[in-house]
Design a protein around this ligand. Structure first.
Ligand code: ZN
Length: 283
């Protein structure tokens, strides 16, 4: 495998980490080891209405419990709060947003959540507000990228880069962070493949050549998640819950082996490297 400098694991502290999260992190650790990359822990906390201290602490506890290493980023809640929260990087996100504004690549969208759902029940936004001439300074508007002519999947057409609360949206913050931290390897679930396409498009607009040349691996989701049998928010799949039931780290890895359809039983992330079936990871 080609050597890489840095990869990252980027949990959102809006719930307890579940099996799907830790499968992705274990795989990231395995691929980092194989390619010599350092692992950055990035805690995506911009969705402040859903962030809770206990969920942030759960990230540290769970990674330590499963012995998943990270070399950079916060070691504990205090370091996260004092140095690494995304709120410290708001000026970077704002700079990117202003650049997009100056380039004339964004338009204001005044659609409420209810309006969006009523007009686009399939979640595909068709550019309704593009020619309405709403002001980008209107505090009730979000900012969307004018993706006209871009080869993006339907759900990523005119994606939001700035939310109605004035905070940067996920796609923008994620790209800015990955460039800021010089990440060159990104391992994420197949469910984020469309996000990757949107992010590469955004990075192109912003002139982030390093992001455009980042290597992406999209892995299959754990079976029960992919089939909708397990809800991500369902407590029964949280590592915290399984620990309280007396499960060991080895038990968790065995459960992941089974749900991921790995060829060989693994009891640690190190063993996972050798067991990744062909086709599990697709570029
Ligand atoms: Zn709109």
């Amino acid at each position: 495998m080609h050597p890489f400098i840095r990869t990252r694991i980027a949990p959102t502290p809006s719930g307890y980490l579940h099996l799907g999260n830790v499968f992705s992190f274990a795989l990231t650790a395995a691929l980092a080891k194989r390619s010599g990359a350092q692992i950055l822990l990035r805690i995506d906390d911009l969705d402040y209405t859903r962030v809770k201290r206990e969920y942030v602490e759960d990230i540290f506890h769970t990674l330590e419990f499963l012995k998943i290493p990270w070399h950079e980023g916060p070691r504990n809640y205090r370091e996260y709060k004092q140095t690494y929260s995304q709120t410290y990087r708001l000026p970077l996100y704002e700079e990117a947003l202003q650049q997009l504004r100056q380039q004339g690549r964004v338009f204001a969208c005044g659609c409420s959540r209810a309006t969006l759902f009523a007009r686009h029940p399939d979640g595909v936004y068709t550019g309704t507000c593009r020619n309405r001439g709403l002001s980008l300074d209107d505090p009730t508007c979000s900012w969307r990228i004018d993706t006209s002519g871009a080869a993006l999947p339907p759900h990523m057409q005119y994606f939001v880069v700035r939310k109605r609360d004035g905070f940067p949206a996920y796609q923008l913050a994620s790209v800015v962070d990955d460039v800021h931290f010089a990440v060159d390897l990104i391992v994420r679930g197949e469910d984020l493949r469309e996000s990757t396409q949107a992010q590469i498009y955004l990075a192109g607009l912003l002139g982030y050549d390093s992001f455009v040349s980042t290597t992406f691996y999209h892995h299959n989701l754990l079976k029960d998640f992919a089939q909708g049998k397990l809800s991500k928010s369902s407590g029964a799949t949280s590592v915290q819950y399984l620990r309280k039931q007396g499960k060991t780290a080895e038990d968790i890895y065995r459960k992941i082996t089974q749900l991921a359809g790995l060829e060989r039983q693994v009891s640690s992330w190190e063993e996972m490297e050798a067991s990744i079936p062909v086709g599990l990871i697709k570029n």
